[in-house]
Design a protein around this ligand. Structure first.
Ligand code: NAD
Length: 391
């Protein structure tokens, strides 16, 4: 079976789905690995490191013509979709907005469902472990990038010097899941005074275990959803949350937002009024930032915006791509483990994908197979789409 690694084409994407170290593991598992020329360049894995690991570096045309499975980090673009043929599998990273949730979906997620519709015989969405951890660390470092034009340089630790005392930076993390907790841990190690907030009650103990203060809102509701993730707040709950958070937001130097709800637009946590009430020179890093909208009013994906009152809002859409080597290593381990699991039931001398959606792991990741969308939640969303178009 031939497994191919493509060169990512999305703007700013520097990761690669498979690194040379993992090529060897796949080869040992009986898989032949093809690598598109230059696929690993921007993550600092040159072609010759893949060749040394036993892969064949090849052209785009040959790759799509001969591969059984395509590995990619981002959604294939139109040109790549046009090259896919029946029987080929695509194994990729699924972002929070792609994760299926019950009920209608925001408009922008339609293009991901469109991919499911157009998928060839199999389409497999892989998990994204490691992304949030790395991005959480990177985000905290970015939040502390004082000295940049428009950003008030704040010292993270308390400094007692002959020239006086500098108070530690006050940092608030909104959304304390995987990435938020990583950001809290890193900021604490650097000496900042850290607070955290989340809508899942379980996160309070996790925030406090890292030595940070949990912000309890009087308007708090439990918004624990399915699978450990949060549910979407109702309009009334959201308004109460935004109003109460605003008073806490105004007294912080740095705010990091990570809030996501699977299959939904990222929730708006910081309104334009709350930004306007912050001190000049404050920084907000919005990791919820996406073409669907972000956690912060006025954030622009991939850009740093300075508001009229001097607050810098960084639309940190894809921080994992800014640490491409580490992020590629983590993704590569995950995607190869998933792939080896998908072929494990096949003949060791003739490896092939064995799709079995009664298997718990496969049921969670296989989107389309044999021309049908087999993932129940995605199928439900597509049916709702068709019903809406018909009405
Ligand atoms: P996520 O990226 O979907 O969301 C980040 C955080 O935003 C979550 O903690 C969520 O509760 C919070 N959030 C959502 N709406 C909010 C709102 N209106 N206000 C404030 N916060 C809001 O989630 P995550 O970080 O991947 O993980 C959430 C939970 O799921 C954790 O307990 C984690 O251990 C568990 N989990 C995650 C993974 C994973 O691969 N990321 C895997 C298994 C379990």
């Amino acid at each position: 079976m031939k497994v191919a690694v493509v060169k990512e084409g999305a703007p700013g994407e520097r990761r690669v789905a498979l690194v040379p170290e993992t090529v060897q593991k796949l080869s040992q598992g009986g898989l032949e690995v093809l690598v598109e020329k230059g696929a690993g360049d921007s993550a600092w894995f040159p072609d010759d490191t893949y060749t040394a690991a036993g892969a064949t570096v090849t052209t785009t045309d040959n790759l799509y013509a001969t591969a059984d499975v395509i590995l990619t980090v981002t959604r294939p673009d139109e040109a790549a979709l046009g090259r896919l043929r029946s029987g080929q599998a695509v194994n990729r990273h699924a972002r929070a907005a792609d994760r299926p949730a019950p009920g209608p979906c925001p408009r922008g997620t339609r293009r991901h469902r469109d991919l499911a519709r157009r998928a060839a015989a199999h389409a497999v969405a892989g998990p994204g472990h490691g992304r949030a951890d790395l991005a959480g660390q990177r985000r905290r470092v970015q939040g502390g990038a004082g000295g940049r034009r428009g950003v008030r340089p704040v010292s993270f630790p308390l400094l007692i010097t002959a020239a006086g005392t500098a108070r530690p930076a006050k940092l608030l993390v909104l959304g304390t899941g995987v990435a938020g907790l990583q950001a809290i841990g890193t900021a604490r190690r650097l000496g900042a005074q850290v607070s955290g907030y989340d809508v899942r009650p379980a996160s309070k103990g996790e925030v406090e275990s890292l030595g940070a203060t949990f912000i309890d809102l009087t308007s708090a509701v439990s918004a624990a959803g399915e699978g450990g993730y949060a549910r979407e707040l109702t309009a009334e709950e959201r308004e109460a949350q935004q109003a109460e958070l605003a008073t806490h937001i105004a007294r912080h130097d740095v705010i990091i937002t990570t809030a996501q709800v699977p299959g939904r637009r990222p929730p708006l946590l910081i309104t334009a009024d709350a930004v306007a009430a912050m001190a000049p020179g404050s920084v907000i890093v919005d990791m919820g930032s996406s073409p669907l909208g972000g956690n912060v009013a006025g954030s622009v994906p991939g850009e740093a915006v300075v508001t009229p009152n001097g607050v810098t809002i960084i639309g940190a859409e894809n921080l994992a791509a800014s640490v491409p080597t580490a992020a590629s290593n983590a993704f590569s381990r995950n995607i190869s483990a998933l792939l080896l699991n998908l072929v494990s039931a096949s003949d060791p001398d003739h490896r092939e994908l064995k799709i079995d959606t009664t298997d718990d792991i496969q049921a969670g990741v296989v989107v389309a197979h044999g021309g049908e969308v087999v993932h129940p939640a995605v199928a439900k969303l597509l049916a709702a789409d068709s019903a809406n178009q018909g009405s």
